[in-house]
Ligand binder design. Structure first.
Ligand code: FAD
Length: 396
């Protein structure tokens, strides 16, 4: 297995986590990314203890924690009045409870930390400007064709090309994709423009009928990350970089707590984005022959549990361990899928169910099962979970 040629399609959080984990166990990996430069969108991502275990093991957890700053108290606030309905205090010792910390991280910082670590191990690991188009495989190898006309052969291919994965479509066929009737908005604003009544509770969730609005600070309170997800039956495009106007936001959020609405009005033109959420059914298998899928390519999920990136990091960690433990590619892919499918598909389905809870449809913001759900999510450790286990996702 030491000389196995491993290719990864997609240099996002999942692809780079997988590359780093495989390198950590002594494998040489090539990551093919469609973009001409390796970069992430400017947005926040919450990294919970389950994923931090892997980042710590891979040697990047310390840097990410240091750049992010400590976890803030979470306030659940009334959508219109801003009254604090529930306060989860700051300083919860996640490390004591779960063995790893919890952070609100700038996606660029997470992605850069992973990319730097991967390139430090192997400066030639990431190949840019290669958009995957198609593949063929046989008993001996998998051959990939890119949009720039080049081809590449390897022993195994890992599709980490996100929600609308072309690798998944090539291996398992095109699937039905449903627009969820939910549109998401996101923006980053400098903390200096944030009203004091918002800064008092920098990590807050406004739960409204069929909508929520969430904000949390990044980089030691230098920046505020804003995100809203609401029901909008009219069809919306999928993607992260679709410009939106404040007027569009106000159509759905006009009755939001005025200081929070004012905050969105201060967003610089061209830096408010929107996209329509798609929902896909869980895959019955992640792998076929010499090709497997990982992260959103394997289990694209709605954002209502904020676990997509964490699942991609967990996947990468377990995949690396599976290759280290196995004596054949077939065995490695089998171990990976057995250890991951129930957990990640379980989170995919739980995230779908969580929409009603988080948007006050069923519980008016009280969300009584959230603590137990979080315990199930955060107590998983991808560094130590038994590789042949199938029952880890039972609690979610
Ligand atoms: C509103 C919202 C909030 C979220 N908040 C959180 C959160 O707080 N915590 C959390 O854990 N998760 C969160 N997520 C989910 C998280 O962002 C994703 O699950 C995560 O980015 C998945 O990583 P990935 O590497 O699998 O896919 P991606 O990040 O989509 O990366 C895929 C990569 O593949 C490349 N690529 C695509 N197609 C090709 C091709 N044909 N050829 C070559 N390269 C290709 C892309 O350019 C990209 O670099 C959120 C998601 C949304 C929508």
């Amino acid at each position: 297995m030491d000389t196995t040629r491993i290719s990864i399609v997609g240099g996002g959080i999942g692809g780079l986590s997988a590359a780093l984990a495989l390198q950590r166990f002594g494998f040489r990996v090539t990551v093919f990314e469609q973009a001409r430069e390796l970069r992430e969108v400017g947005a926040g991502v919450i990294i919970t203890p389950n994923a931090m275990h892997a980042l710590d093991f891979l040697g990047v957890g310390g840097r990410i924690a240091q750049e992010a700053g400590p976890c803030e108290a979470l306030a659940t606030r009334h959508f219109e009045t801003g009254e604090v309905l529930k306060l989860r205090p700051a300083g919860i010792d996640y490390s004591e409870r779960f063995g790893a910390s919890y952070h609100q991280v700038h996606r660029v910082d997470l992605h850069t930390a992973l990319a730097d670590a991967v390139r430090e191990n192997d400066p030639d690991c990431v190949v840019l400007g290669h958009r995957f188009e198609s593949l063929t495989q046989d008993d001996g190898q998998v051959a990939v064709r890119f949009a720039n006309g080049t081809t590449h052969e390897s022993d195994v291919l890992i599709g980490c090309d996100g929600n609308a994965s072309q690798v998944r479509a090539c291996v398992f066929g095109e699937e039905t994709v449903n627009y969820t009737g939910q549109v998401a908005f996101r923006a980053l604003v400098p903390m200096s423009t944030v009203p004091a009544s918002i800064q008092d509770h920098p990590f807050a969730m406004f739960v409204g009928a069929n909508r929520y609005f969430l904000h949390y600070p990044l980089r030691h309170r230098a920046i505020m990350n804003l995100i809203g997800v609401g029901r909008e039956p009219r069809w919306q495009e999928e993607g992260w970089r679709i410009p939106a106007t404040v007027e569009e936001f106000e159509t759905l959020y006009g009755d939001l707590y005025p200081p929070a609405l004012q905050l969105v009005r201060t967003v610089s033109p061209g830096t408010l984005f929107k996209w329509g959420l798609r929902d896909r059914e869980p895959l019955q298998h992640y792998s076929k022959g010499r090709v497997t899928t990982l992260g959103d390519a394997a289990h694209p999920m709605t954002p209502f549990l904020g676990q997509g990136a964490c699942m991609a990091i967990e996947d990468g960690m377990v995949l690396g361990r599976a290759f280290a433990a196995a004596s054949t590619i077939d065995e490695a892919l089998r171990l990976y899928e057995m250890a991951r499918k129930e957990r990640a598909n379980g989170v995919q389905l739980a995230s779908r169910r969580q929409a009603d809870e988080i948007q006050g449809v069923t519980t008016k913001g009280a969300n009584p099962g959230k603590d137990a759900l979080e315990r199930g999510l955060y107590s998983y450790n991808p560094v130590t979970v038994p590789l042949a286990a199938t029952g880890d996702g039972a609690s979610v």
